[in-house]
Design a binder for this molecule. Structure first.
Ligand SMILES: N[C@@H](CCC(=O)N[C@@H](CS)C(=O)NCC(=O)O)C(=O)O
Length: 208
């Protein structure tokens, strides 16, 4: 049995979507960030950085934090959501890593400065808008040759990772409709039944 510790949030959605896609049995533990549950000793014992998602796999005895590591673990455990042949496998890992280092963190900062920072910081807002636009443009150009998914023909953990944050971008009205290939990819991934289930876990969902 896998235990998933998560909240209704972009990084958490990556893990819940992957578990739903893989139809693995799992137990969901709602870590309520708004109540400070992620700062409590029992949760810090799982992730000393105090961030969701975390998984704990009773079968292997492995506990993991960092959504990219979780996605890789689940893909390796099942032999799914990651192409088997080296070229496709590394293509997926490359775009997963691009997300983890160059997309997710800057979108998180954009959300912070545009929606929550008090007092406001116009320079930070402009900077993170510019960086997210650059990242979206890279994704849009990559998808422009007609490939349906980031690693090519096969839907993979790279798509799941990016979707977690693009889903939030849509909800908070960060407009990426000008990136037509990225928008089409978003719509393609959004209609998957497992994705639709994953973004409403745990309830109440973030406007899914
Ligand atoms: N790099 C981490 C980021 C995890 C993260 O920042 N999670 C957020 C929710 S989306 C969180 O736990 N925030 C609580 C906090 O910042 O105190 C990952 O990809 O898992």
């Amino acid at each position: 049995m896998i235990h998933l510790y998560t909240d209704s949030s972009p990084n958490g959605f990556k893990a819940s979507i992957a578990l739903e896609e893989l139809a693995l049995p799992y137990q969901l533990h709602h870590v309520r960030i708004a109540d400070g549950a992620h700062r409590q000793p029992d949760f810090l014992a799982l992730n000393p950085h105090g961030r969701i998602p975390v998984i704990r796999d009773e079968d292997s005895g492995i506990t993991l934090f960092e959504s990219a590591a979780i996605l890789l673990y689940l893909a390796e455990k099942t032999g799914r959501l990651l192409p088997q042949h080296p070229a496709g496998r590394w293509e997926a890992i490359k775009w997963l890593q691009f997300h983890a280092s160059s997309v997710g963190p800057i979108m998180g900062q954009r959300v912070h400065f545009e929606l929550f920072a008090n007092p406001g910081n116009a320079a930070a807002i402009a900077r993170y808008r510019e960086l997210t636009e650059q990242a979206w443009a890279v994704l849009d150009r990559h998808l422009a040759d007609g490939r349906p998914y980031l690693a090519g023909a096969d839907y993979s953990i790279a798509d799941i990772a990016h979707f977690g944050w693009m889903h939030i971008a849509r909800i908070v009205d960060f407009d990426f409709s000008g990136h037509v290939h990225l928008s089409a990819w978003h719509a393609r991934v959004a209609q998957r039944p497992a994705v639709r289930r994953g973004v409403v876990l745990p309830e109440p969902a973030t406007g899914a």
